[in-house]
Design a protein around this ligand. Structure first.
Ligand code: PLP
Length: 437
């Protein structure tokens, strides 16, 4: 794996889109044989698998044609690469290649699915159901719909971040055209009861879209078993390149039609105009094929590492809580709240470990994560949360390094915290009546 560059200035944001903050490897590197920094932010992005890069290389060099050029062999060769990738991705989610539309990533896929369906079926109704724990790539298009007069029902998740089929069923009206509920949450890894929600959607003849960006390649996905009509995918969360994604659009039982959001040359059966990113698409296809073959063994290995990390930290530190479902969770994701410790401060202290915190700098002030809020995690615990997301290249030694350094850093920070001291003396901090309050 390439070494991460060290940025000159600290970045301001640690949200999914912005990636890890700069890391300083100088002091600890001498004390360990591990290569620092350690990357534990695979839900933000994954490195490109070397086998994916190998598959892409010819399409970055000799096979440079435009896949839409029908009149010569340069175009035909590029098109062949695209069609092979379409099949690889279709195979991974249990569908036919023609149901796959290539996009620039999951954000575009989510936008196309949501806006494309409501526009196409505007005569049928104006109501959309989604959840408060969705990624911004779903939340923001739904907010835009609201601003344009559509009605959106925002379902609240339970304490584990799950939305139930009953909640969805209760929210359906005769004006509902779309349900959008993610397969697995990016911050906490909780997996929703997809097949049950899909059944409800089918019974009520409402289209069901799901953002599978975090689930793809980590848990099995079958669009038929899940009863999904539209499914968003991204290349860079599954060891493929950035800037490429896909949208599954059901072709029968029922056929879903979309109003395109990008006008132009009518590529991708008129649903998404724009010259195809052939090397990116080939890379995403190769990543899908590897995922299909290695998903089970990857997941088994990751669950072991995840458990080691979780237990290693929780057995050595008091007042640490797991955010997310204990079992219905992605094999690679652990989100922990370290009471009386600011997540941001913890990340600054353990600079050799790239993780994410539960505070999102969406405004001038630090906002606690909307996902944790939707689960009623108190703001102080949301601010003290850290997401560890492991991946294909994570090792046991890395996990042990992270346990050791996190435990040490939390203990150091708590030693400086008068609130922690009071809590240890048995004071319930939330019940304290502070002077002037
Ligand atoms: N949906 C989820 C659940 C995600 O985690 C992300 C990435 O952070 C996205 C959508 C956006 O994906 P992309 O970066 O491909 O636009």
């Amino acid at each position: 794996m390439e070494e991460l560059p060290i940025a000159e200035e600290p970045q301001e944001c640690d949200c999914d889109s912005c990636g890890p903050r700069p890391v300083d490897r100088s002091d600890d590197q001498a004390k360990t044989s591990l290569k620092l920094p350690i990357y534990m932010d695979y839900n933000a992005t994954t490195p490109v698998d070397p086998r994916v890069l190998e598959a892409m290389m010819p399409y970055l060099t000799d096979i440079f044609g435009n896949a839409a050029s029908r009149s010569h062999s340069f175009g035909w060769a590029a098109e062949a690469g695209v069609e092979a990738a379409r099949k690889q991705i279709a195979d991974l989610i249990g569908t036919e290649p023609k149901a796959i539309i290539f996009t620039s990533g999951a954000t575009e896929s989510d936008n196309l699915a949501i806006k494309g369906v409501v526009e196409m079926y505007k005569d049928k109704g104006n109501h959309v159901i989604t959840s408060l724990a969705e990624h911004k790539a779903v939340i923001d298009p739904c907010k835009r719909l609201e601003a344009h007069g559509y009605e959106v029902t925002w379902l609240k998740s339970d304490e584990y971040g799950r939305v139930s089929a009953e909640q969805v069923a209760d929210a359906i009206t005769d004006k509902t055209v779309l349900i959008s509920i993610m397969v697995a949450n990016n911050e906490i890894g909780t997996v929703n009861p997809m097949a049950e929600i899909g059944k409800v959607a089918k019974e009520h003849e409402v289209f069901f879209h799901s953002d599978a960006t975090q689930a793809i390649g980590k848990i099995p996905i079958d669009v038929e078993a899940m009863g999904v009509d539209l499914l968003s995918l991204s290349g860079h969360k599954m060891y493929g390149p950035k800037g490429v994604g896909a949208l599954y659009v059901r072709r029968r039982g029922p056929r879903v039609r979309l109003t395109c959001q990008m006008d132009g040359g009518g590529h991708e059966r008129g649903m998404r105009s724009g010259t195809l990113n052939v090397p990116g698409i080939v890379g995403m296809g190769a990543a899908a094929e590897i995922a299909a073959k290695e998903l089970t063994s990857d997941a088994e290995r990751l669950v072991k590492l995840r458990t080691r990390l979780e237990e290693g930290i929780m057995s050595r530190l008091p007042q640490v809580t797991l955010n997310g479902h204990p079992t219905e969770r992605l094999p690679n994701t652990v989100n922990l709240s370290f009471a009386y410790v600011e997540g941001e401060a913890l990340m600054m202290k353990v600079k050799n470990v790239a993780v994410s915190s539960g505070s999102a700098c969406t405004s001038a002030s630090l906002e606690p994560s909307h996902v944790l809020r939707s689960m009623d995690v108190p703001d102080d615990l949301a601010h003290s949360s850290i997401r560890f997301s492991l991946g294909r290249f994570t090792t046991k030694e890395e996990v042990d390094y992270v346990i050791e350094h996190m435990v040490e850093a939390v203990n150091d920070l708590r030693r400086l915290s008068p609130l922690y001291e009071m809590a240890m003396e048995g004071v319930d901090i939330r019940e304290v009546k502070w002077k002037g309050k």
